[in-house]
Structures are given as C-alpha cells and as structure tokens.
Design a protein around this ligand. Sequence first.
Ligand SMILES: [Zn+2]
Length: 67
Amino acid sequence: MAKKEKEAKPKTKRKKHPSIKKGPTAYKIEGDKVIRKKSCPKCGAGVFMAEHAKRTHCGKCGFTEHK
Ligand SMILES: [Zn+2]
C-alpha cells in the first residue's frame, strides 16, 4: 500500500463578498452640484423618499407619492 503523503492543504481562500457599492443615497453629486433627494412631506427634511419608477416612497411613515 502506497503511503499517502500528507499534502499541505493550501489555505482555503475565503470567498470575497461581492462588494456592494453603497454610495450616499440621500443626495446625488453631479459635477460640483449636490442634488438632494426629495424629502418626505410628512416626516420633514432629513427623511428622504425612496425613488421608484413611478412613485416615491417614504420608508419611515409609508407615505407614497405617485408621480
Ligand atoms: Zn415619511
């Protein structure tokens, strides 16, 4: 019986998590201008609306505004 040599296991490379680019969501920067997103009329400034294709939605109070 052939002696099996113990092979040094190469260190398992950890799978890199796909890096999700998380940029600022509350505002967009175009050139040297800062374009703020729409804030919620119910919650006031500081709470920004999530933009969907045909509507904006507030995640805090649930306010939805159709375009
Ligand atoms: Zn709101």
